[in-house]
Design a protein around this ligand. Structure first.
Ligand SMILES: *Cc1c(COP(=O)(O)O)cnc(C)c1O
Length: 380
């Protein structure tokens, strides 16, 4: 089976991990701040807070922005459930904004229309979570302008997008947002096994997220609510979690980060090869805006007719295709909020014909030729 995504682990990665295993600290050691600084520097952000998954990063990002009961979080239905669930973890209500049918990203036009209605009924969102779907940057400037006008905060879900660029600037620099979240799951651009990281330019948000990832505890006398009783002293300031990443994972991530630009370049070469090889088939190929740089986490195509049949034929032929995404509002656990099929027609129409073709940096041209030949056969 040719998988839809796959990590690459090099001898340098293994050496970085074994060095940590031989060191004094497996967790809460020096590899974590080093990794955080390296990602922040790569993105051009002031701070990085590493955690055990992007899901955890989304949760503490929402808490740091004071999301709670009575608040609304909006996101796109064309995403993984975690982008919406983070609002529910905080007791907030979740709603969705339909996608742009060309980019598959959250539509700024649909957002503007929905905000106007929400303003009239006093139900404006506190937080918006736009996704850089497939690694293609969403329209950050337009979204940020609406954020200014309506007063919501922005968390970029950049789980697909490390190595991507918006108008030449790295995704994650938070020029248009409060916080950006990355995932380091093995199918994403770079990996730590499980892992995630939040970047921000706001030192108070960084400090709060760092505290929330570790039980809401501080050991810094400056952050304590009453005087330290001694050098052993720590204080729980608020209810936090154990969302810590390990030094083992951080070392792997730092080693992987050295290759992020190379990975994105390889993904782009493979995607361009798909573009050429599939041009004559009756497909819609993925959108890319030349003003930006997609990290190309996914290569999502739209197939005509019976998507299920094409999908089954490809899987039977050993091609590990996948589908991104089942619209979140159609999940059974979201029916309790009154969402139903038909609520977000663009996301549903996109999903109905979507297939993600295998794409990963170590994919060979021979593997890719096999994918294209099987796809042509399945469509014939
Ligand atoms: C993978 C992914 C997540 C969750 O990442 P984890 O690190 O597995 O928690 C969240 N949002 C999107 C868009 C993703 O693709």
């Amino acid at each position: 089976m040719i998988p839809y995504g796959r990590q690459e682990i090099t001898a340098a990665d293994i050496a970085a991990v074994t060095a940590v295993l031989d060191s004094d600290f497996l967790t809460q050691g020096p590899a974590i701040p080093r990794f955080e600084q390296a990602i922040a520097d790569y993105c051009g952000a002031a701070h990085g807070v590493a955690v055990n998954s992007a899901t955890s990063a989304l949760h503490i990002a929402c808490l740091a922005l004071d999301l709670g009961p009575g608040d609304w979080l909006w996101t796109t239905p064309n995403t993984f459930v975690a982008s919406a669930n983070c609002g529910r973890y905080c007791g907030a209500a979740v709603d969705f904004v339909d996608i742009d049918p060309d980019t598959y990203n959250l539509s700024p036009r649909a957002l503007a229309a929905k905000l106007e209605v929400a303003a009239a009924s006093g139900r404006l969102p506190k937080i918006l979570v736009p996704i850089h779907f497939a690694g293609q940057p969403c329209d950050l400037e337009a979204i940020a302008a609406l954020g200014q006008r309506y007063g919501f905060r922005i968390i970029e879900d950049a789980s697909h997008a490390i190595g991507g660029r918006y108008r030449g600037e790295a995704i994650g620099n938070c020029r248009y947002s409060d916080i950006t979240v990355f995932s380091f799951h093995p199918v994403k651009i770079i990996t730590t096994g499980e892992g995630g990281l939040a970047t921000t330019n706001d030192p108070a948000l960084a400090e709060r997220m760092a505290r929330l990832r570790s039980h809401g505890i501080t050991r810094d006398p400056a952050g304590m609510r009453r005087a330290a009783e001694g050098p052993w002293y720590y204080q729980q300031i608020e209810l936090g979690f154990n969302y810590r990443i390990t030094d083992i994972q951080a070392a792997l991530g730092q080693s992987q980060l050295q290759r992020v630009d190379d990975y994105v370049a390889r993904r782009q070469r493979l995607a361009a090869r798909y573009d050429r090889g599939l041009a004559d088939l009756p497909l819609r190929l993925p959108y890319r805006d030349p003003a930006h740089q997609s990290a190309l986490h996914l290569y999502p195509i739209q197939v005509p007719g019976d998507r299920g049949r094409v999908f089954a034929a490809l899987r039977a032929a050993g091609i590990g295709v996948n589908v991104h995404y089942i619209p979140v509002h159609t999940q059974p656990d979201y029916a309790r909020f009154g969402f139903k099929h038909g609520d977000f027609p663009q996301a549903e129409a996109y999903y109905a014909n979507a297939i993600s073709l295998p794409l990963f940096p170590t994919m060979t041209e021979a593997e890719q030729d096999r994918v294209m030949a099987e796809l042509a056969a399945a469509l014939a």
